[in-house]
Design a protein around this ligand. Structure first.
Ligand code: ATP
Length: 871
């Protein structure tokens, strides 16, 4: 049905509803009938698909082929072991991927939007996915339209439909029926569509279509390409490809050399395949996703909700945090400290004794709930509360002077106006930023401005938020209720100074930021002096080089001038949300990595363009949340810093994982590749290699994700997002640790063969296995000794290593595994020797860290000492 060409009563009839909304029972039935109001997620995998995914990996298929070949040529024992390893691998992979999927699902659910509906004439909030056709939904600026709707009533309603129509100008909507005809989507002015958003005004509307039946649902397949690979994953994918090629070439050489030496072909083939499977790090990108998803799950506990997974990885790279002031750095608990009433404004005709208190009560949108609490914007609550305490109660005054029109507050105009009917005409009251009001005053008032400005600045300098009031009496309601006619020629009524205390934890968080090489920047719509004072209290401004810039100053600057100072600006005051974009681009042009907070509709472009867009969870609009990479559930600046700290830890741990896996794999390659060149037999059987790969890559690798943050993680500069994964000596580490593990392995092989020890292969196998476990323990920290961070500070790692050692001992000593793995029990001396040799990797990595620490100290001793008196 074309709902836009029928009268609204007809719409209600056909949807079997009324303007009072559905009753909850009918809504429930319809939900069962029509399904959830959400787009079908084609990417969502079922449990079976996850399982199948584990088994259809190329490397696993190669292994299955190897198992079959072994079976066919009568090596049934190997077939069983390889199959068991494949199954164990699949189980580990499945559990990880399933957990990561669940974590992501939970995050998505937490970030899902809500909708206001009338059910049985009662306004309630429901999950947007619970909406059904026939529901009456209430919409206001900042809301994403949750389903396709036909408007019942609309006030100053404007909708941004660019996501559907590509049209960037906002469309004014109204509830009027359209004459019969064919209308393109953008011309259906009485309809709203799922996924578009309200930029202005408010409306009530009938839901006419939900989920895949909406216009968005029809094109949903086109828009589901949201999640992209993270920068690290992209780099790993490229790196992985070249590494795989290199490993394949090495395996081919290994195979060729073995063949020339006359090694038994089947064994040679199986070992080559196993080596390729073990050494090609094909799972790395997937492991990164899993680590990020689980990291995101943990971030929620610190009140940071991740909407876009790559944000977890890039949080650690943030160099600038541009944050709002109100509510983020301050408590958003406003109290009126004092008021000043202008002696020149009097309204004797209205018999009002105090014009300022009247204006404070009337020009206000707060409401009182049943318990008598004021609800609304905290600035307004403070003002209404103050006036009410002096017998100027909003509700009472409104019955006397009813509001007949208004220009709602907008952060660009920085003021709002209300119009009230009085017996002597229409009273027009404007409230807003005092500086802005000065420009709107009647010309005759100009002489009083310097004195007023002085009073206002003196208070603003002490950190007070200043709100001014001005007004005029009009003979009648003007035809056009627009700022140009109403917010000009005004008479100053007075001002109020409000205090909004800084958050205690913000000061500490600012200091922590600075120590971590991150520059906190305050962006506020507030007065320059107010902003500066609060920035000084919090430590955001701490030297004369730290600049304060206002929006008007910024708009007068050209690009080169702004670029030259952008890195020094610590406070932007009186800025428009649009200017946030300019700040981001200027910083990004200087290779800064910018996190930016925002809450309003106008903030959405900035949130999208920032490297990390952060929306406020409590005060943020849905549009801002939708555009953001992360949502601050408690609106608190300190939470951003906590999230950065977690981000650094998660990134560090992923790098440690890569380090660990790569150096271990390199050890395996060196051992097998080099042995023939020393005239030694192939050191291991195929199943030994696969076993080591399963054991060492599995649990200890995973346990690295539980590694706590390094002690200096917030005392070092941010990670450069453009840096290669080989920065910080990864390539070098892989080379020397790999060679060490490989060397220890063939060393013990050569020695035991030379000494005539019959158990040489078991010893070699065990050395390779234990060396990697030692590596896992030492790799836990990049700088600190494991003895300093404590063996117990990562209990999962300790557990994983102990468990792996026990399993390896079982393989050495349990007769059943002896047969399966062709191993023999070692004597105490033999075991002791293997332990000593394999521990060399642990000690060597610890020694490298010691040398790093020593050189770092001696370098810092030679650096000029910071002046303790300089702030
Ligand atoms: P921040 O950007 O730090 O969160 P803010 O709340 O000061 O700060 P806006 O909400 O954009 O930013 O407000 C800008 C200015 O508009 C305020 O400094 C104040 O002078 C004025 N203002 C804020 N709220 C109202 C209101 N409800 N009515 C009239 N003027 C207001």
């Amino acid at each position: 049905m074309d709902y836009y060409v029928v009268p609204i009563a007809e719409v209600a009839r056909s949807l079997k509803t009324s303007s009072a909304g559905l009753d909850p029972d009918t809504a429930r039935q319809r939900l069962a009938e029509y399904g959830r109001n959400q787009l079908a997620d084609t990417r969502k995998k079922t449990v079976w698909q996850i399982l199948l995914h584990q088994l259809t990996d190329v490397m696993i298929l190669v292994l299955i082929a190897a198992a079959i070949i072994s079976g066919v040529v009568g090596e049934v024992k190997s077939t069983y072991v390889i199959l068991a390893i494949i199954i164990l691998n699949a189980i580990i992979g499945f559990v990880q991927e399933y957990r990561a999927d669940k974590a992501m699902e939970a995050l998505k659910k937490m970030a899902s939007s809500q909708a206001q509906v009338l059910r049985n004439n009662q306004a309630t909030k429901v999950e947007a996915s619970d909406l059904v056709p026939g529901d009456v939904t209430l919409l206001e600026a900042g809301n994403i339209i949750p389903a396709d709707v036909r408007f019942i009533e609309a006030h100053a309603l404007k909708v941004d439909e660019s996501s559907l129509t590509g049209e960037s100008t906002n469309v004014e909507k109204n509830p009027d029926m359209l004459p019969d005809g064919d209308y393109a989507l953008g011309d259906r002015l009485n309809m709203g569509y799922k996924g578009t958003f309200v930029t202005n005004g408010r409306a009530t509307a009938y839901v006419v279509a939900t989920g895949m039946n909406t216009e968005l649902g029809r094109i949903a397949t086109l828009v589901q390409s949201d999640e992209t690979a993270t920068p690290l994953q992209k780099r790993l994918a490229v790196f992985g490809k070249s590494l795989s090629m290199a490993v394949l070439v090495l395996c081919l050489i290994f195979f060729g050399v073995g063949w020339l030496r006359g090694e038994p072909l089947l064994n040679l083939l199986l070992v080559s395949i196993s080596l390729a499977v073990a050494a090609i790090p094909e799972a790395l990108p997937a492991v990164v996703t899993i680590a990020l998803a689980l990291g995101a799950k943990r971030l929620v506990k610190s009140h940071a909700l991740i909407r876009k997974l790559p944000a977890v990885e890039t949080l650690g790279s943030v160099t600038y945090i541009c944050t709002d002031k109100t509510g983020t750095l301050t408590l958003n608990k406003m109290t009126v400290q004092e008021i000043y009433e202008s002696p020149t404004f009097a309204l004797p005709v209205l018999a009002i004794s105090n014009g300022l208190l009247t204006a404070m009560a009337l020009n206000n949108d707060v409401v009182k709930d049943e318990e008598g609490n004021w609800l609304g914007d905290s600035t307004e609550v403070a003002l209404a509360h103050y006036a009410a305490g002096r017998e100027y109660e909003r509700m009472k005054l409104e019955t006397q002077f009813p509001r007949i029109a208004e220009l709602p507050f907008d952060s660009q105009r920085k003021c709002m106006t209300t119009l009230h009917q009085t017996p002597h005409g229409v009273l027009c009251i404007t409230k807003g930023a005092v500086g802005v009001l000065f420009d709107q005053l009647d010309a005759g008032q100009e002489s009083s401005i310097p004195d007023l400005r002085q009073r206002v600045d003196a208070l603003a300098e002490q950190g007070y938020r200043m709100l001014g009031y001005a007004g005029k009496l009009l003979p009648e309601l003007p035809q056009n209720v627009v700022p140009a006619t109403l917010e000009s020629g005004l008479f100053f009524i007075g001002f109020a100074s409000l205090i909004d205390p800084p958050r205690q934890e913000a000061k500490r968080a600012v200091a922590e930021c600075k120590a971590a090489g991150i520059i906190p920047v305050m962006i506020t719509g507030d007065h320059k002096l107010t902003a500066k004072s609060i920035a000084q209290t919090l430590g955001i401004i701490s030297s004369v080089d730290d600049l304060v810039l206002t929006g008007p100053e910024l708009s007068k600057m050209d690009e080169p001038a702004f670029d030259a100072i952008v890195e020094k600006v610590r406070v932007y005051a009186r800025v428009d949300p649009e200017q946030k974009l300019r700040i981001i681009s200027a910083l990004q042009a200087r290779h800064q990595f910018v996190a930016m907070t925002g809450d309003g509709v106008n903030d959405a472009p900035a949130l999208k363009n920032a490297d990390i867009g952060i929306a406020m969870g409590i005060t943020g609009t849905e549009v801002a949340k939708e555009a953001a990479h992360m949502i601050l559930l408690d609106d608190n600046f300190a939470t951003i810093v906590k999230a950065v700290k977690h981000g650094r830890r998660i990134f560090d741990n992923i790098l440690k994982f890569i380090r660990y896996i790569m150096s271990g794999n390199a050890g395996e390659i060196w051992a097998l590749f080099l042995a023939p060149f020393f005239g030694l037999p192939i050191p291991l059987l195929a199943i030994h290699i696969l076993w080591i790969n399963l054991l060492t890559d599995g649990l200890p690798g995973l346990a690295l994700a539980y590694e706590p943050a390094e002690r200096n993680s917030m005392k070092r500069p941010p990670i450069d997002p453009r840096q290669t994964i080989f920065a910080d000596g990864l390539g070098w580490f892989i080379l020397w640790v790999g060679l060490l593990i490989g060397g220890a392995t063939i060393g013990i092989e050569a020695w035991s063969i030379h000494s005539g020890i019959g158990h040489w292969q078991t010893m070699t196998f065990t050395v390779l296995c234990f060396s990697q476990l030692g590596n896992a323990l030492a790799i836990r920290s990049r700088r600190e000794s494991v003895f300093r961070i404590g063996l117990f500070s990562n209990k999962p790692m300790l557990g994983a290593v102990v468990f792996s050692v026990v399993l390896q001992l079982l393989i050495i000593y349990a007769p059943f595994f002896n047969t399966l793995f062709s191993t023999q029990p070692l004597t105490v001396v033999e075991l002791g020797i293997t332990l000593v040799v394999s521990s060399s990797t642990f000690w060597a990595v610890e020694l490298e860290k010691l040398i790093r620490r020593k050189t770092a100290v001696s370098i810092s001793n030679h650096l000029p000492k910071p002046n303790p008196l300089a702030s």
